[in-house]
Design a protein around this ligand. Structure first.
Ligand SMILES: [Fe+2]
Ligand SMILES: [Fe+2]
Length: 147
């Protein structure tokens, strides 16, 4: 597995959780449980991406702008997560806010899987790319341990 496959694998998990949360047959308690899993997974994934992927991209002038753009999207998503954590899962507002987060996150993940991956493959050295997976995995397990 390389860093690109690892990120895609995590995105698949996020998509499954988002679909489960938004499915109209999901009960409130199940929705709460899936959201608890999603928010931990999302934060750990974003932190691991920022350390392994977006930090080296920031150092390379060809990928600086893309890195800043994606990290800003992480911050926006985390603000929405914080709003959701203050609301009650059974409220209408909770569901409309989660729908907004899910739509924005889908756009974010598609962009990572296309233009961000392309930029990294084009601009970064193979050795730099090889180094990313270990950094990603270490940071993600640390985050999950302290979640
Ligand atoms: Fe991301
Ligand atoms: Fe991602």
């Amino acid at each position: 597995m390389d860093i690109f496959e690892k990120i895609e694998h995590d995105h698949k998990k996020q998509r499954e959780l988002m679909n489960g949360i938004l499915n109209e047959n999901t009960s409130v308690s199940e929705r709460q449980q899936l959201f608890d899993e999603f928010r931990v997974e999302f934060r750990a994934h974003a932190a691991a991406e920022e350390e392994s992927f977006y930090a080296p991209m920031l150092e390379n002038s060809e990928t600086t702008d893309q890195s800043r753009h994606s990290v800003a999207e992480h911050h926006d998503a985390i603000e929405l997560l914080e709003e959701l954590e203050k609301l009650n899962v059974s409220d209408e507002e909770w569901l409309s806010t989660f729908k907004k987060l899910a739509d924005e996150n889908e756009h974010h993940m598609e962009e990572e899987e296309s233009s961000v991956f392309d930029a990294v493959r084009k601009e970064m050295k193979d050795t730099e790319i090889e180094n990313m997976l270990g950094v990603f995995e270490d940071r993600k397990s640390q985050e999950l341990e302290h979640a």
